[in-house]
Each structure stands twice: as structure tokens, then as C-alpha cells.
Design a protein around this ligand. Structure first.
Ligand code: S3P
Length: 171
């Protein structure tokens, strides 16, 4: 098993935060949600950062938050769906630990998210077409950083977490 962090990446609605919490509990490691770190540091929710300052400001805060985990004890870290956009983030993920890609389809992601108002990149953009386009644009980026890939469609979060723990144990 990796001595670095375990990062969960994948599209919005893949279950990264819930699954990361479950994996962290199983492994006795701290759980970190990068979006929560960003919101805490900014003193406002991610939706407000997008609305008030725009995506580029959010991406800069996201990159900073990612680099900030370097000094933490080995943790299980849920990343926002767009963490893979910047090449420097992809390099940092590879350098700092093991990356697990949670796969989901656009349709399943939207069904799980429910209220897209919580996801600025989907909210104003016409739901299903936006999700399909964004996911297909990002898929190869998720794959390029992944050490492990788990298809989450049809699985409960607990089953996904169990799969990850056993795959990590076999590494
Ligand atoms: C984003 C995903 C969100 C959040 C922000 C941008 C994205 O996180 O970081 O709204 O670009 O895919 P989740 O993947 O946890 O929803």
C-alpha cells in the first residue's frame, strides 16, 4: 500500500466525497475534502467563489489547496471533478500519492447530483448535454492520472469503498 496520499478523482456525482470518507475510516487515515478546504480558506462556499470571482480564481485556489496537502499525514483525499484540468495538478497528484479514478456515466452522475444548482459548471449550462460534453472532454485526463479505476455505476458507495480497499491492499 502507498505511503503517500490516496486521491479520489472523477466526475461530479461519482461519489468521491462519500467514498473517500468510507475508505479513510476503513484504513484509519484522515479524510480530506479539497472543496471543503478551498471553501474554508476562502470563507465562502465553492458556488460563491464561482459566482463572484469566476472559474479561474477557483482553479487557482484549487491548485493551492492541492499543493497544501503535501505536508499532511497520509490521508484519503476527495478532489473536485476539475482537479485534472491543469497539468501541474496532474503532476502533483502523481507525485503525492496513489490516484483512484471513480468512473460514472453522465446520466448516472446527474441522477445522483439531483440539484445541479450545487454545481456551477452544470447549473447554467443545460444539464445533460453539458455533463456529457464535460465528461467526454475530461475522461482521458482522469485516465492519465489513475493508478486504479473503479466503475461505480450500479454500486453503492460502500461497495465502491470495499473494492478500493481490496485493490489498494493488492498493490
Ligand atoms: C467541479 C466539481 C466540483 C467543484 C466545482 C467544480 C468540476 O466538485 O470542485 O464545482 O469542475 O467538475 P465535485 O466533483 O465534488 O462535485
Amino acid at each position: 500500500m502507498s505511503t503517500g496520499h490516496i486521491f479520489l478523482v472523477g466526475f461530479m456525482g461519482a461519489g468521491k466525497s462519500t467514498v473517500a470518507g468510507l475508505v479513510a475510516a476503513r484504513l484509519g487515515r484522515p479524510y480530506v475534502d479539497l472543496d471543503e478546504v478551498i471553501a474554508e480558506r476562502a470563507g465562502r462556499p465553492v458556488t460563491a467563489i464561482f459566482a463572484e470571482d469566476g472559474e479561474e480564481t477557483f482553479r487557482a485556489l484549487e491548485s493551492q489547496a492541492l499543493l497544501g496537502v503535501e505536508h499532511l499525514a497520509p490521508s484519503v483525499i476527495a478532489c473536485g471533478g476539475g482537479i485534472v484540468i491543469r497539468p501541474e495538478n496532474r503532476a502533483a497528484l502523481k507525485r503525492l500519492g496513489t490516484v483512484v479514478y471513480l468512473e460514472v456515466t453522465a446520466g448516472e452522475a446527474l441522477a445522483r447530483i439531483g440539484d445541479v444548482g450545487t454545481r456551477p459548471l452544470l447549473a447554467g449550462a443545460g444539464g445533460s448535454l453539458a455533463a456529457t460534453r464535460l465528461l467526454s472532454a475530461r475522461e482521458s485526463l482522469y485516465r492519465s492520472v489513475a493508478d486504479l479505476t473503479v466503475d461505480t455505476v450500479g454500486l453503492e458507495c460502500q461497495q465502491v469503498a470495499d473494492t478500493i480497499v481490496s485493490l489498494l491492499g493488492a498493490m
